[in-house]
Design a protein around this ligand. Structure first.
Ligand code: ATP
Length: 379
């Protein structure tokens, strides 16, 4: 069986019918006046899961997080944590901590005092605080910065102090709102791996809000794609990418080519799609779409091959003209204009330093792909 599973091979409680969800959003609606920010949304998250809420700005993802933290109450529906209805429970009584977009460190306090702050407020005995702070500094690799103030740190270091502070109280769930938003690209990537390590080592449940699909794909066990206050799909990164459930999800995550067409032949399983202008696409899995159904055939650029000659063995091969080429070093992206005018995007890894089939602008070219290379979408 081909796998589209999770990155952590042994961790997939969502596939276990006996696994108990840890966090449950049950038909949750949140209105601000007439405006519906979250619309009858249901979602379950499991203990120790790294869960990402992914969506465009304004889709309602921060509102979901704020309701879980207790800063907002749902207008309708319930949120349960470990089976307990959270309604009416104030934020500080919830086993949940939130790390905000801006880290909100105290500027006049040292790193260690920033980390200790919440523990002191809780009335933890001083020796225990010292022990915990030392543990946290080690965890985020900031031991030698304990006596510095936030302005004496880099953005990445400040981010780690904020992280240490938010896990110091050992919450069961850590909520992170755009946690890496302030970091530059390289540091972001490094910190993504650090966050994943931290989450694994502490055995916590992380719910992270991001609008950055790469970030969600890198870190999360599962991703919920949110649009206009509704869940479009919840799945592992691999499923979201390789088996999107709708045109919206296919288009939202990564690059994709879409062919509109009708199923010409086939009941369930293999089918041919009439995509107009003499283009027929053979697919080995059209799902439940039957003859006559209007469908979209979605295929990722890296699953399309570009060549100057028609490949002999190809089941699907369409002719066109090279319209644009972007050489990106590790890969080359071709835009090929088919004879019906549609532009297809195809990408090739540059595994070798030279190519045997060089193509340039305005060359005639063939795009080809296997029958299992794309997905057939009906919504
Ligand atoms: P971003 O990535 O920009 O933070 P988001 O997906 O997190 O966006 P939310 O902050 O959840 O979006 O907001 C969802 C919608 O609800 C937005 O249109 C926002 O303007 C609206 N909204 C949020 N809070 C309030 C409020 N207190 N009063 C009125 N409208 C609000």
């Amino acid at each position: 069986m081909k796998s589209l599973g999770s990155i952590r091979r042994d961790f997939a409680p969502w596939n276990d019918p006996d696994a108990k969800p840890y966090i449950q959003f049950e038909n949750v609606t949140k209105k601000f006046g007439d405006f519906t920010a979250v619309n009858n949304l249901s979602l379950t998250i499991f203990e120790r899961e790294f869960f990402a809420l992914l969506g465009a700005s304004g889709c309602g993802k921060s509102t979901l997080l704020r309701m879980l933290a207790g800063f907002e109450e749902p207008t309708a529906g319930r949120i349960l944590l470990d089976g307990q209805d959270l309604r009416g429970i104030p934020p500080y009584r919830r086993p949940v901590n939130m790390m905000f977009q801006s880290y909100a460190l105290f500027p006049h306090m040292t790193v260690e005092n920033n980390i200790a702050f919440g523990l002191k407020q809780e009335g933890m005995p001083t020796p225990d605080i010292e022990k915990r702070v030392a543990e946290m500094l080690k965890l985020v690799k900031l031991e030698q910065f304990a006596k510095r103030k936030p302005h004496q740190l880099s953005g990445g270091q400040r981010q780690r102090v904020a992280l240490a502070r938010s896990v110091a109280k050992r919450p069961k769930v850590l909520l992170l709102d755009e946690p890496l938003g302030a970091l530059d690209k390289k540091l972001r990537e490094e910190t993504q791996f650090e966050l994943m390590d931290l989450q694994q080592n502490l055995g916590l449940t992380f719910v992270v809000v991001t609008h950055d699909q790469e970030e969600a794909m890198t870190m999360a066990d599962r991703i919920a794609i949110i649009d206009k206050g509704e869940v479009m799909q919840v799945a592992t990164p691999a499923e979201v990418y390789e088996a999107p459930g709708s045109r919206f999800v296919a288009g939202f995550v990564g690059n994709v080519n879409m062919f509109e067409g009708k199923i010409a032949r086939g009941e369930t399983g293999p089918a041919s799609i009439d995509a107009g202008n003499g283009i027929t696409i053979q697919t080995d899995n059209a799902g439940n779409a039957t003859a006559g159904a209007a469908v979209t055939f979605a295929i990722r650029p890296e699953k399309i091959k570009v060549s100057s000659k028609k490949p002999q063995e190809a089941v699907n091969a369409i002719e066109g003209e090279v319209y644009d080429i972007a050489y990106l070093g590790d890969m080359t992206v071709y835009h090929v204009r088919l004879d019906d005018g549609q532009v297809v995007r195809a990408s090739t890894m540059n595994a070798a330093r030279v190519t045997e089939d060089p193509l340039t602008w305005n060359d005639r070219a063939w795009v080809s792909f296997r029958p299992d290379a794309g997905v057939v979408l009906t919504r």
